[in-house]
Design a protein around this ligand. Sequence first.
Ligand SMILES: *Cc1c(COP(=O)(O)O)cnc(C)c1O
Length: 406
Amino acid sequence: MSATQPASTPAQEGMFGEFGGRFIPPHLIPVMDEIAEALERYRDDPEFNREYCHYLERYVGRPNPLYLCAKLTEKLGGAKIYVKREDLNHTGAHKINNTIGQALLARRLGKHRIIAETGAGQHGVATATACALFDMECIIYMGEIDCERQALNVFRMELLGAKVVPVTQGTRTLKDAVDVAIGDLVENYETTFYMLGSAVGPHPYPLMVRHFQSIIGQEARRQMLETEGRLPDYLVACVGGGSNAIGLFHPFFEDKEVRMIGVEPSGKGLDTDQHAATLTLGKPGVIHGYRCYLLADESGEPLPVHSVAAGLDYPGVGPEHSWYKDVGRAEYVAVTDKEALDAFVELSRAEGIIPAVESAHAIAHAIKLAPQLSKDQIILINLSGRGDKDVRQVAAMVERGEYKIQ
Ligand SMILES: *Cc1c(COP(=O)(O)O)cnc(C)c1O
């Protein structure tokens, strides 16, 4: 699993340049140390990896295909477009790669009580799925407003046996759910494992999530070499917290000729206050226990953010992406709600694949990029999830006249 242990391992523990680290209460430091030690111990452990790969293969359905979008390629008339089909995973997105890995690690630590926070509910569902599979107690904190907005995901989690706790403090959304989950961990760390859903949080979470999501890039790299006999020119992935992007990018880190592009949501426009373009417009700051680019007000408080894609709606971003931006290893661009919705329709029509609106941000950028490139160049897009979860939302937007399908 982990053949590509990286040049990008932070020199100082948990730091990617000036980003990452641990900004947490002192009594949580031993908790994080325990997880870091377990990750160190098991990441190259043959028995652990055998078990992890078993579930990825038999339960998640890996390896998923690398698919050449021949019709979209022809229509755009430029570079060849491939998609890595994370949408075909069990539960319909990449998040399951990570929750299965963390559940196996929690089990090795003797922790059978799992807590997680969720905003849109996608990470909550992936966590509840892993807990059902491994017979673990599962408690999901979710802002009361998010519970109402995502009632169907609340039901899914409950169906899977999880207890969903509505968080009634503060803004009653994701940020408050994180606060309550951290409070739970402080009280119950001896029995409890906090499952984080993206490549964010205090050390070692960004490294751990990257480790489990790197399966995406490892497979894609191998599949591309098998199919084309060479590496792609561009990798393109959407960036919320950054886990699907770093999972694709990291195994290509040493391949200097492969350019990486992360795509953020510019929502209703970069000139409005309704976007979540953290790397494009943010400044270094601290959120949820780590340092990264951040959309914050003058006093450092995270700002409210917006994206049509609930999974990209986060004012921070993974520390490794923050560092990739500073050292120029990846570039980060932004795509509006409208451009993402157009790409959502375009991929559906051209290839018969309805993408998640999150993934549609990556597709939208590739649609702009491909015609500028020559026919012998290759773009590899991470199709992080399927769009079934989004069709009702898009249908309602069409009905209200907020979006028009061309
Ligand atoms: C959650 C989610 C994302 C955003 O999370 P990352 O950690 O940035 O990958 C992207 N796509 C889908 C389908 C998601 O569910």
